[in-house]
Design a protein around this ligand. Structure first.
Ligand code: ARG
Length: 252
């Protein structure tokens, strides 16, 4: 009986230590670990000469600047888009910056900073396509990235679609004639169209409303949220963010 109790107590202590151990990197106050999914140019992508830890893009430049402004060490953890908010909840990361759109659904589980960028969903189609508006998607092959707001808007329109893990996979489907349209965020779409011949963008502001990107923190982490909001406010008012946006959008 006694032995068993000891074993249980020991396990408890060990798992507590383990928890602390894995949470510590993401909770020490002199370092902020940002989770991202570096498959979303020009906001975040892998680059040998990136601004933070081999990652580059608008969001990464924002992270570097937050580090500079707060005097804190910043680190990037590159994980699947779908796992980002879970990573926030279990303490794997302190904040998420991933061109992430604020949605009511997401705001139930995390707290969002003030928005720093406005975007919208658009359709990427082949040049000469007869798709001119969202209505024309009816009966067409549609590709979206799993878990992106692009998937949600197509769901809301009620059209069947195929979901892929990455934007590049969707674009490849389109290029190979396996689908007729990719629904994805505007600025990333522009990047893909610039990288691939024969593609063009169709906008439909009536069907696709505007979306706002913000940084997410764990619910109730007011201290970090205030720090981040302070930095973003400053970067919005002094033009730093639009400077980053111009720099990285012109890069292709
Ligand atoms: N804005 C879209 C969303 O929130 C797509 C974001 C994708 N970001 C990324 N880093 N992969 O769902």
């Amino acid at each position: 009986m006694k032995k068993r109790f000891l074993a249980v107590a020991l396990t408890a202590v060990l798992s507590f230590t383990a928890l602390m151990g894995c949470g510590s990197s993401a909770s020490s106050s002199d370092k902020i670990v940002f989770g991202t999914n570096a498959e979303f140019p020009p906001f975040e992508y892998v680059s040998s000469n990136g601004v933070v830890d081999g990652y580059d893009g608008i969001d990464m430049a924002i992270v570097a600047k937050i580090g500079e402004m707060t005097g804190k060490e910043v680190e990037i953890s590159n994980i699947e888009f779908d796992s980002l908010l879970v990573g926030l909840q279990n303490g794997q990361v302190d904040a998420v910056i991933a061109g992430m759109t604020v949605t009511d659904e997401r705001a139930k589980t995390v707290d969002f900073s003030i928005p720093y960028y406005t975007a919208t969903q658009v359709m990427i189609v082949k040049e000469g396509s007869d798709i001119k508006s969202a209505k024309d998607l009816e009966g067409k092959g549609i590709a979206v990235v799993q878990g992106y707001t692009g998937e949600t808007v197509v769901q809301d329109l009620g059209y069947p679609y195929e979901a892929f893990k990455k934007g590049t996979e969707c674009v490849l489907e389109l290029v190979n004639g396996k689908c007729d349209a990719v629904v994805i965020d505007s600025i990333t779409a522009r990047e893909y169209v610039g990288d691939n011949e024969g593609l063009t963008i169709v906008e439909d502001p009536d069907a696709f409303g505007s979306e706002e990107y913000a940084i997410a923190v764990k619910k109730g982490n007011k201290e970090l949220l205030d720090t981040i909001n302070g930095a973003i406010e400053k970067m919005l008012s002094d033009g730093t963010i639009s400077e980053f946006a111009t720099k990285y959008s012109d890069a292709n």
